[in-house]
Design a binder for this molecule. Structure first.
Ligand code: A2P
Length: 316
């Protein structure tokens, strides 16, 4: 499977370029390189701070005749400070301006967490609005307006567990069409994958390579390194492949879209070539035995004393 097909027939390439942590000054070349070698899916978000440069790269590729807009799949996300229904359309318009686009293919609620307007990252409990103050269902109505206004072709969510997803599925006229979550062999999310599968909601895997370039504040001590995993390395060696390629291929074999981030020319190519790697059932089984229940992105940065969010509610 190379694409995920949506209910209206639109097709999203399963392998995309991730841009979280892609630095300004590097991301322009990274996106251009990726599009030139054949990537047609780029995953973005305003909180990554680089959408303007990504927009310039997309524009350059279109102007140079490398690709047509309609052949690209561009995803972006709603930041947590714009969860009020009336803030959603202005937020997507800002993103579209930065990306130099008229529409995005997919627009996601980035987190089931609301921040006060203008707060980018929380530093105290006072920065938050609770879900009682801004229910996710209200935010979703704003998301539906984004589709009705032609600013996004599809809408979905990110970092949603079953309970938060269910809130939207009950009330919405447009159901969520994607859930982007952390998943890799150490955190396979099989339960969520099954639940989403039963409800026709595909998953996209972020941090598929373990996101070792996260800022140290977002890292735990003694984190296991996916790319150094013995099983992953031995399967890679047996195929003359790179460990990252095995991780990407594993995701594709599970039917999960995957967005490895790289700003390195050679690794952008290497990751794209993972489409051609076949894993047999024995290899898939060896990888599924690696489950550790290990999130790299814990979500603890949303939890403050006397704040309205607890991890159990965020991941519910
Ligand atoms: P770089 O951007 O220098 O290539 P994730 O997608 O899980 O967030 O992981 C991103 C991290 O993995 C970055 O540090 C990125 O570095 C690195 N990376 C991306 N592709 C590969 C690869 N093929 N082999 C090794 N590391 C990679």
């Amino acid at each position: 499977m190379t694409h995920i097909t949506f209910a209206n027939g639109d097709k999203m390439p399963m392998l995309g370029l991730g841009t979280w942590k892609s630095e300004k000054g590097k991301v322009f070349e990274a996106v251009k390189t990726a599009i030139k070698i054949g990537y047609r899916h780029v995953d973005c978000a305003p909180i990554y701070g680089n959408e303007q440069e990504i927009g310039e790269a997309i524009k350059a590729c279109i102007e140079e005749g490398v690709v047509r807009r309609e052949d690209l799949w561009i995803t972006s996300k709603l930041w947590n400070d714009s969860h009020r229904k009336e803030d959603v359309v202005p937020a997507v318009k800002n993103t579209l301006k930065d990306l130099s686009l008229d529409y995005v293919d997919l627009f996601l609620i980035h987190w089931p967490v609301a921040l006060k307007k203008g707060v980018y990252l929380a530093t105290s409990a006072a920065d938050f609005l609770s879900l009682a103050e801004i229910p996710l269902e209200d935010t979703w109505r704003g998301m539906e307006e984004v589709v009705h206004n032609g600013l996004a072709k599809h809408i979905g969510v990110s970092n949603f567990g079953k309970a938060n997803l269910s809130k939207l599925m009950g009330t919405s006229t447009i159901k969520p069409e994607m859930n982007q979550v952390e998943t890799h062999p150490y955190f396979q999310q099989n339960d969520l994958l099954d639940f989403c599968g039963e409800n026709g909601i595909p998953l996209t895997a972020y941090s598929p390579l373990g996101s070792s370039d996260r800022p140290s504040a977002l890292k735990a001590d003694n984190e296991p390194n996916l790319l150094e995993d013995k099983v992953i390395r031995s399967i890679a060696e047996s195929k003359n492949a790179a460990p990252a390629q095995i991780l990407i291929s594993w995701s594709l074999h599970r039917g999960v879209s995957v967005i490895p981030k790289s700003t390195n020319d050679q690794r952008i190519r290497e990751n794209f070539e993972a489409r051609n790697i076949q894993l047999n059932s024995e290899e898939m089984e060896m990888i599924s035995n690696l489950e550790k229940g290990r999130r790299y992105l814990s979500g603890e940065f949303w939890v403050f004393e006397n704040g309205p969010y607890q991890l159990k509610d965020i991941w519910a």
